[in-house]
Design a protein around this ligand. Structure first.
Ligand code: GTP
Length: 175
């Protein structure tokens, strides 16, 4: 499915955004028991799915470990940023974390780094649309990674709805 031989995907987002739920949908059934590696002070999860290698971690409340994230930044070919589309209150926090990520020197050095957003929990009545999510995250205005592109997909981590569409887009970017 993915044209590039091997790709490393960094999956990040605030706590409770639905990262683990989404990741479980993406994992091959056999490997669904998670492989969580507690590093100094924060948890990183890594797994392979076909020729994709995923690294997942939580961005919230871990500010002082930011320098430890560099390693993951430098080796990533793409980013998946999961947003809880019902959590309007913390949308500014997600935006801040996103901006911190994008302004990191390891990220800035990359060219053509695609960023896929999942506006997750779109099954819930009080969720905001992907367009609104993009606005709240400042995607239309933000300092964007040089030459990189972004895309936002509504998703339902519980059913897996929307995930394929997002990954298809990502796949096209990784050729
Ligand atoms: P941390 O483990 O705290 O980092 O959170 P996380 O980002 O991994 O979120 P997690 O996958 O644990 O999901 C948080 C909660 O949201 C869980 O109760 C999930 O069942 C629920 N959830 C995740 N995705 C969806 C969704 O698309 N719709 C609904 N209704 N609930 C969801």
């Amino acid at each position: 499915q993915f044209k590039k031989k091997e790709a490393r995907i960094l999956c990040v987002g605030l706590d409770n955004s639905g990262k683990s739920t989404i990741i479980n949908q993406l994992k091959p059934l056999r490997t669904r028991n998670t492989d969580i590696a507690p590093t100094v002070g924060f948890c990183v999860e890594q797994f392979n799915s076909g020729n994709l290698s995923f690294t997942v971690f939580d961005m919230s409340g871990q500010g002082r470990y930011r320098n430890l994230w560099e390693h993951y930044y430098s080796s990533s070919d793409a980013i998946i940023f999961v947003v809880d589309s019902t959590d309007k209150l913390r949308m500014p926090v997600a935006k801040e974390e996103l901006n911190q990520l994008l302004s990191h020197k390891q990220i800035q050095q990359k060219r053509n780094l695609p960023v896929l957003f999942f506006a997750n929990k779109n099954d819930l009545r009080h969720s905001v649309s992907p367009v609104k999510c993009a606005q709240l995250l400042g995607l239309d205005r933000g300092e964007w990674v040089r030459g990189g592109t972004w895309h936002i997909c509504p998703s339902n981590g519980l059913t897996g709805e929307g995930l394929k569409e997002g990954l298809d887009w990502l796949s096209d970017q990784l050729i």
